[in-house]
Design a binder for this molecule. Structure first.
Ligand SMILES: O=C(O)CCC(=O)C(=O)O
Ligand SMILES: [Fe+2]
Length: 482
């Protein structure tokens, strides 16, 4: 029920001060019910589900609770929504997310914003402390987010010093699965790494979701697909003692191999002869040494390229999803089961003669017969770079195929080796920058197929950033190499 309206103070006849400024925030009265509190507390301790009226607790894949009709008064929520929409919103975009965020709400003086802030970090925090049996601090950590068409927040766990419970209050129009924008919860494996979405919560007007921030609280906001609807929410964290965290999981390294023995005939068959001319190679090398990257259009012979491209488009290839989703999500082909011309192209890239060709084109020592003019510079760490996800992956949002090999060598580290994948990028695929990767020197090679006429708004670029820098220094679009 809405807070009782009283226009005038009966004793003075003056307007009631609070009424003049607007309604008060009152939370769902079920939360004050002692039986509900006890039921919630017991269920939370035992990690069991619990439902009572507007409150639904579920512990799979990790404990989370949805409170529908969080605020008693509909008109309060409407006024709050209107006030929030008047705020200034800033576009936020990086590899992990794209959405709009309001200015800081901690100090805002607007009536409804102040009201909701004090009820969430006052009465509701005390209720939550009681239910979870955890001392939650009065620290105010809240902002307003607006997700519109194509906005997204990829898989993450919310872990940050001090955050104990995450909450989101939704202020959305009637929402359906086809609108996207669900809050997806991930299951995790034995290393606390996310596996797949096992539950999706539809955002719902005046409902509040909360969950404990933990090593397994992986979630995402699915891309908003509706072109009209605005997914407005207030979200933040209650701070308190963090849960124990296992040490960061480091993925086992992907096995690499040295070149495979194939002679130059493979090069003559596959590579445009221009790139085999030593004078042209010297020019390419000079340019590569100046800029550390080079694009070689028309690298493969037209007929070979056509064969590979059409073989890749055939349905014979089994594309497997590569995860974990907090690091990457794209299709990857099993190289044992690809058409023979694709296999042959793969052999070309791993062949001894190709290692020599790459040495000649780059000046890097990728074969013992070739000198390395860059070696002393690399040894200083001057050229240390890392791409957007630190592992030589591209980010894409449309169908494409991409072969990527990396070759590395450092003194006393043995002969140069390579590793690669045949990848397919579709709408929604991505890689994320992350820390759990060993930094080392390497050469990234990308061979894009079927990306002619690529437009920048398709996404799918690879973003390279230097270690410890925020800004990218180089972006590679697929069309520049097809
Ligand atoms: O809006 C949501 O449903 C979740 C938002 C979220 O996960 C976050 O802001 O960290
Ligand atoms: Fe989150």
């Amino acid at each position: 029920m809405p807070a009782k309206k009283r226009e005038h103070d009966p004793t003075t006849g003056k307007k009631n001060k609070k009424e003049k400024r607007g309604e008060l925030a009152v939370i769902n009265s079920d939360l004050r019910d002692e039986a509900v509190q006890k039921g919630m507390r017991d269920a939370w301790q035992r990690k069991e589900s619990y439902t009572n009226g507007d409150i639904h607790l579920d512990c799979e894949p990790f404990p989370h609770c949805q409170i529908t009709r969080f605020l008693q008064s509909e008109s309060f929520v409407e006024s709050l929504q209107a006030e929030l929409l008047q705020l200034n919103f800033n576009s936020k975009s990086n590899d992990l997310y794209k959405f709009k965020q309001s200015d800081d709400l901690r100090e805002r003086k607007e009536h409804y914003i102040s009201q909701i802030r004090s009820v969430i970090f006052g009465e509701f925090r005390i209720w939550l402390s009681e239910v979870l049996q955890v001392d939650l601090e009065a620290t105010v950590d809240i902002s307003c987010a607006k997700y519109e068409h194509t906005d997204v927040l990829l898989c993450h766990d919310d872990e940050l010093e001090g955050r104990r419970v995450a909450f989101i209050l939704y202020l959305v129009p009637p929402w359906e699965v086809k609108d996207g924008g669900t809050l997806d919860l991930f299951s995790t494996d034995e290393h606390c790494q996310p596996v797949s979405v096992v539950k999706s919560l539809l955002p719902c007007w005046n409902s509040l979701v909360f969950f404990e921030v933990s090593p397994v609280s992986f979630h995402q906001v699915a891309e908003v697909l509706s072109e009209e609807k605005c997914r407005l929410s207030l979200s933040g964290w209650f701070h308190g003692p963090s849960l124990p965290r296992p040490s960061r999981y480091i993925e086992p390294p992907v096995p690499r191999h040295t070149h495979i023995p194939r002679d130059e005939s493979l090069l003559f068959e596959w590579v445009n002869e221009m790139f085999l001319d030593p004078r042209y190679q010297a020019r390419v090398q000079q340019e590569f040494e100046e800029s550390s990257e080079i694009c070689l259009p028309g690298f493969l012979q037209e007929e070979k390229l056509r064969q590979v491209r059409s073989a890749l488009q055939s349905s014979e290839i089994l594309w497997e999803r590569k995860g974990p989703p907090n690091k990457r999500c794209y299709g990857c082909a099993d190289m044992q089961n690809v058409p023979s011309c694709v296999q042959e192209c793969w052999e070309l890239l791993s062949s001894e003669s190709f290692f020599i060709l790459l040495s000649n084109l780059t000046g890097l020592r990728l074969h013992y017969l070739c000198g390395d003019e860059e070696e002393s510079e690399n040894e200083d760490g001057k050229n240390e770079t890392e791409n957007r996800d630190g592992e030589g992956n591209t980010q894409a949002s449309a169908s494409s195929t991409d072969a990527d090999t990396s070759t590395t060598e450092k003194k006393d580290k043995g002969p140069p080796t390579c590793v690669g994948e045949l990848r397919r990028w579709m709408h929604g695929d991505y890689t994320l920058l992350h820390d759990s990767v060993k930094r080392e020197y390497g050469l990234d090679l990308q061979l894009h197929m079927g990306c002619a006429g690529w437009k920048s708004e398709f996404g799918g670029f690879t973003s390279y950033i230097a270690h410890d820098e925020d800004e990218e220094f180089f972006s590679l679009a697929p069309d520049s190499v097809s």
